[in-house]
Design a protein around this ligand. Structure first.
Ligand code: SF4
Ligand code: SF4
Length: 435
């Protein structure tokens, strides 16, 4: 076994183990959430996942961006089929091992090149759109700093990766034409042929160097990207699938009631139950949500899945009318807090307590600006539900802190005293008929 193979195997195992370790940390963090059962109606769930995550059906509501995103997605997935060949070549010291497929191999490499060119065009378009065109959802406050860098980094990385792929093919085809040892596989090069003028003056040894550098860059780039996913919004490439599978398939806007409250109300309304009998039901540990552990594991997975595209925020009526609320920021705040709690648990164990909560980053002003219209959920390309988190945080404020806005407190008092939201006593309700 050559030194190149040994280095390849060590690099491959190292990056793969690092990814498994980091991904397990993400899963552990998601599992800090409350349990919730979303295993019902699996056939409908498979359909939703296929349509929304695989078919990207909600992306096309904005056709140009949707089409270009689809190009990057399909291109990236298909071109990386080539990674299988690179891995086999790297381990066994072969060169273009899949070339036994004959003319079909020549064809698919040509098809990969065309896809790579389309991915390049799409990435340049997205970079321009993010950085030159002043589209408001890419310039809002929550997108400054790391989120903006993260979005740009991945586009630049894709461009460099596609460029390396095409340059590798250009140098390889020149080496084939030179009858260089080991380089004997002919393939279609509809795009990389235009890269040949950049390198056709180089001697054979330099061409081999260029081809090898591009080859190593390609595989190390993919493995590094895999590990970059876990610290970036691009985790959605993986999580979009479970996220859509476990998304809410109830009627649009239907809110989940709290079981403990529902049971209590049912008992109050049931004439056969003694209202003074001791209850067997244990009181819930928390009404609503104060911190990430009070949210469900699906809400926490939502946070890790968020692509930070801002479609929810651009559709939000509260945001459109200048309120502080941005549903995208809600998702980003949940993710940041979850990361903070996860790191704290890694350091201090399960007893970690920093006396902070989600409500340190999400303000009451944001929460009470929500009209609960559900537009953010409808707009989200991967069925994330910021509204459910807003409702849970509000529940905590109302039920544990009694911190509802004044207008709502008046309504609550009226309901308590008069059995209705209005300020009239029950005994006066029918006065209107005498007027
Ligand atoms: S449900 Fe709330 S956060 Fe979502 S779009 Fe409507 S107002 Fe905005
Ligand atoms: S919640 Fe959905 S729509 Fe909103 S930023 Fe995240 S991925 Fe985009």
């Amino acid at each position: 076994m050559g030194i190149g193979q040994v280095i390849f195997i060590l690099v491959f195992i190292g990056f793969t183990l690092l990814f498994i370790k980091n991904f397990r940390r993400i899963l552990r963090n998601i599992n800090l959430g409350r349990d919730v059962d979303r295993t019902n109606n699996s056939s409908e769930r498979w359909k939703v996942m296929t349509r929304v995550a695989l078919g990207q059906s909600k992306m096309v509501s904005r056709p140009i961006a949707g089409f270009l995103h689809l190009l990057i997605y399909v291109g990236f997935v298909i071109i990386n089929i080539e990674v299988i060949e690179i891995i086999i070549d790297g381990i066994f010291g072969t060169h273009r091992v899949l070339s036994f497929l004959g003319p079909f191999y020549a064809f698919i490499i040509g098809a990969f090149e065309i896809l790579a060119a389309l991915v390049l065009i799409a990435c340049v378009f997205f970079l321009t759109r993010r950085n030159i065109m002043r589209i408001p959802r890419f310039w809002s406050k929550e997108m400054q700093g790391w989120p903006k860098t993260d979005a740009n980094l991945i586009l630049v990385f894709e461009i460099v990766l596609m460029f390396a792929f095409l340059l590798m093919n250009a140098s390889d085809s020149l080496l084939v034409a030179m009858n260089s040892v080991h380089y004997n596989v002919e393939f279609a090069n509809p795009i990389s042929q235009y890269f040949i003028p950049l390198i056709d003056n180089l001697p054979e040894s330099s061409l081999i160097f260029v081809e090898r550098i591009c080859w190593w860059f390609h595989i190390i780039g993919i493995l590094a990207f895999l590990n970059y996913l876990v610290i970036s919004k691009h985790l959605h490439i993986i999580l979009a699938f479970p996220n859509t599978y476990y998304s809410n398939i109830e009627a649009d806007g239907k809110l989940a009631n709290m079981d403990s409250v529902t049971n209590e109300v049912k008992k109050m309304l049931d004439p056969n139950i003694d209202p003074f009998a001791a209850s067997d039901d244990a009181a819930p540990e928390r009404f609503g949500a104060k911190d990430v552990q009070d949210l469900s594991w699906i809400q926490l997975m939502n946070a890790y899945s968020c692509t930070e595209c801002g479609r929810c925020t651009s559709e939000c009526p509260a945001n459109q009318t200048g309120k502080l609320l941005s549903p995208r920021k809600i998702m980003m705040d949940v993710r940041d807090r979850l990361e903070e709690v996860g790191k704290g648990i890694d350091k201090d164990g399960e007893t970690f307590n920093d006396n902070k909560s989600l409500l340190d980053s999400i303000t009451k002003e944001e929460l009470w600006a929500c009209t609960s219209c559900n537009a953010c959920v409808n707009a989200c390309p991967i069925n994330i539900d910021p509204l459910s988190i807003i409702i849970d945080l509000r529940r905590y404020l109302v039920m544990e802190e009694s911190a509802a806005p004044m207008e709502l407190n008046t309504i609550f008092t009226n309901i308590e005293n008069n059995g209705a939201p209005w300020q009239f006593s029950m005994s006066d309700r029918l006065n209107w008929k005498d007027e």
